[in-house]
Design a protein around this ligand. Structure first.
Ligand SMILES: C[S@@+](CC[C@H](N)C(=O)[O-])C[C@H]1O[C@@H](n2cnc3c(N)ncnc32)[C@H](O)[C@@H]1O
Length: 276
């Protein structure tokens, strides 16, 4: 059976791991730092960083919880986790694991973070509810998602470039997804409240990437967009790069909206601890 688009994107993260780190300075790190800061962590806290990637939120979280805390950082992609292990040698409180976090068993975390990951779960609501269940009663959760059309401009120009370089029709738009209905602050807050959280807040984290040729191409090779290059020969990838940069230039694109919504909440202090 062939892979679903979601499975293809997840495999793209394996290939993207090295460029993911290079793009991190511009994109993942500021978002990850803001995600960790929103958790109001204290020294000694136990934290789960779900869909950790190369550690954009796990590493700042580890600095906030200090040497007596723990950050279990979990990602499906072995190459991403290997990169995190390389980057986190000075924060041994980061414990990096290759696993499907929707099946993670440890619980009673003081905080659970997930930056730009929950929309990859096969069932976004069930996966998020499961992460919430791993938080202790009265613990904090922070789930960060893209706002509205963030990042999508790059995907559109990539789609055009792949079509031009391979002389094929543009790939069809992806199927509708729950994330399309909750990617604004109000709708996202309502959805989080529906998860049984209290004190829900959604902060808008504005970010605009300057689309220099170097950053614009890293946006493709260091993210899930890399899926668009899967199976292409190196010469064809070079042609895609040329068409992509040309397409951005032709449309006068000089920056990319990378704004996120940082959703925070507290698990109900009266909720019984997980028993399953
Ligand atoms: C856009 S990246 C974000 C990585 C990191 N949180 C950051 O902000 O830099 C999404 C990550 O989610 C991971 N992922 C998706 N589904 C997952 C799952 N079920 N369990 C663990 N990791 C998952 C992917 O492998 C990928 O590394």
């Amino acid at each position: 059976m062939s892979d679903t688009p979601r499975e293809e994107t997840l495999r793209a993260f394996d290939a993207a791991a090295a460029d993911f780190t290079a793009l991190g300075r511009h994109l993942w790190e500021p978002i990850g730092a803001a995600t960790a800061a929103a958790a109001r962590l204290r020294p000694g806290d136990r934290v789960l960083d779900a869909c950790c990637g190369t550690g954009a939120s796990a590493i700042p979280a580890a600095r906030l919880v200090g040497a007596h805390g723990v950050v279990d950082a979990v990602d499906l992609s072995g190459p991403m986790v290997a990169e995190l292990s390389r980057l986190s040698t000075d924060v041994p409180q980061v414990h990096a694991h290759t696993a499907d976090v929707t099946k993670w068993e440890a619980d009673a975390y003081d905080a659970v973070l997930c930056a730009l990951g929950i929309f990859f779960f096969p069932d976004m609501t069930a996966g998020t509810d499961r992460l919430i269940s791993l938080t202790r009663p009265g613990g904090r959760v922070v789930f960060t998602i893209w706002r509205g059309e963030s990042m999508q401009l790059a995907g559109r120009h990539l789609g055009r470039a792949v079509a031009a370089a391979t002389d094929t029709p543009p790939a069809k738009e992806r199927d509708p997804h729950l994330i399309d209905r909750i990617n604004q602050a109000d709708s996202y807050a309502d959805w989080l409240t529906g998860r049984g959280l209290v004190d829900v807040e959604v902060a808008v984290h504005e970010l605009r990437l300057p689309m220099t040729p170097e950053v614009a191409w890293l946006v493709i090779t260091g993210s899930g967009f890399r899926r668009g290059l899967a199976g292409l020969e190196p010469d064809t990838v070079d042609a895609v790069r040329w068409h992509y940069l040309d397409s951005l230039r032709a449309d006068g694109v000089t920056e990319l909206d990378a704004t996120t919504l940082i959703g925070t909440g507290t698990t109900d202090p009266a909720r019984p601890a997980r028993t399953e």
